[in-house]
Design a protein around this ligand. Sequence first.
Ligand code: NAD
Ligand code: WQD
Length: 337
Amino acid sequence: MRILVTGGLGYIGSHTCIQMIEAGYHPIILDNLCNSKSSVLDRIKEVSGHRPLFIEGDVRDKRVLVDIFQQQNIDAVIHFAGLKAVGESVELPLRYYDNNVNGTLVLVSAMQEVGVKTLVFSSSATVYGDPASVPITEDFPTSATNPYGRSKLMVEECLTDFQKANPEWSITLLRYFNPVGSHPSGRLGEDPLGIPNNLMPFVSQVAIGRREFLSVFGDDYETKDGTGVRDYIHVLDLSDGHIAALKHLGKKSGLHTYNLGTGNGYSVLEMVNAFEQASGREVPYKIVERRSGDIAECWADPSKAEKDLDWKATRNLQSMTADSWRWQSNNPDGYPD
Ligand code: NAD
Ligand code: WQD
């Protein structure tokens, strides 16, 4: 199958391209490089043996999309392209609504024009807001506390309405929990621009000496050790979840929603500890105030994906941290320009 992968040079997209190539799929990448580098393509080739066709362009550009669909004989789309920094979304909400919501609407309208009717969308556990209990199943109520989260929720709602009006389409909403880790080759990984927003890239930059210490955002939550608890999932497990979705649902019309998580919750301090063990480095930290908008705990009930997609996460905390460290220590400054 020939799959258009929007945002395919980003963190999750690049790992998914590798797993797709290994599974016999043919990814074609559209990315505007706003949060990635073209050298990622060389690494995909190096690790997988195949260099996917790359088109530098924007998902909001319908002309570019229609050209790709017409020239490349695309069967389905995995839509990763989006902006994801929660804090920035509060400062620049229009940028987020334009990129994430409008970008998806332009994509779907181009797909409709050419008759491509299978879409897998990168949603997020952020759509559960502050859940009333854990673990979280797909039928929990949704809400959002910031423009980024609202943009994901709006897209879910737009796609739900669209699928209802076009019942022959197959649309899958994959709600990711907290993706971490890297390809075990140490050649691909997460390469955030500037100061990392997320825990694990920050921890690895402290371990390598790029930052002095980690600020732990609060130790007075009602959790096992007072720090926030999340469902960290290895990025390759997440990637495999997309392939499972294409395999099982690609030809099955409907609106399908799945949690992609492990079902385990680890605290910030457990993550720090695991990273210290994997790296053999100390990760100094200081307890600071809670981060506004954070929740105490969040983890998935991933059983629906296991039942329907025959998918479950298999990589443990040790591989998540060891693979992150291999990437960070082999590429202390991330990808080359
Ligand atoms: P990323 O920033 O590494 O990758 C996104 C890619 O999309 C980048 O290469 C960027 O250049 C590209 N892009 C952005 N806007 C574009 C546009 N308008 N046109 C073309 N390309 C564009 O992010 P990621 O972590 O790989 O996340 C991928 C998707 O998964 C995003 O939609 C994100 O919201 C979602 N998601 C991520 C996480 C996470 O913690 N990483 C969790 C849940 C959901
Ligand atoms: C994890 C834990 C922090 C950084 C965010 C988005 C969510 C999704 C994933 C895209 C929390 C603590 C963090 C630090 C810390 N993204 N922490 N010091 O907040 O679960 O989710 O990324 O969809 O939408 O909101 O992930 O990695 O930022 O934080 O103590 O420097 O680590 O308080 O408990 P989060 P995270």
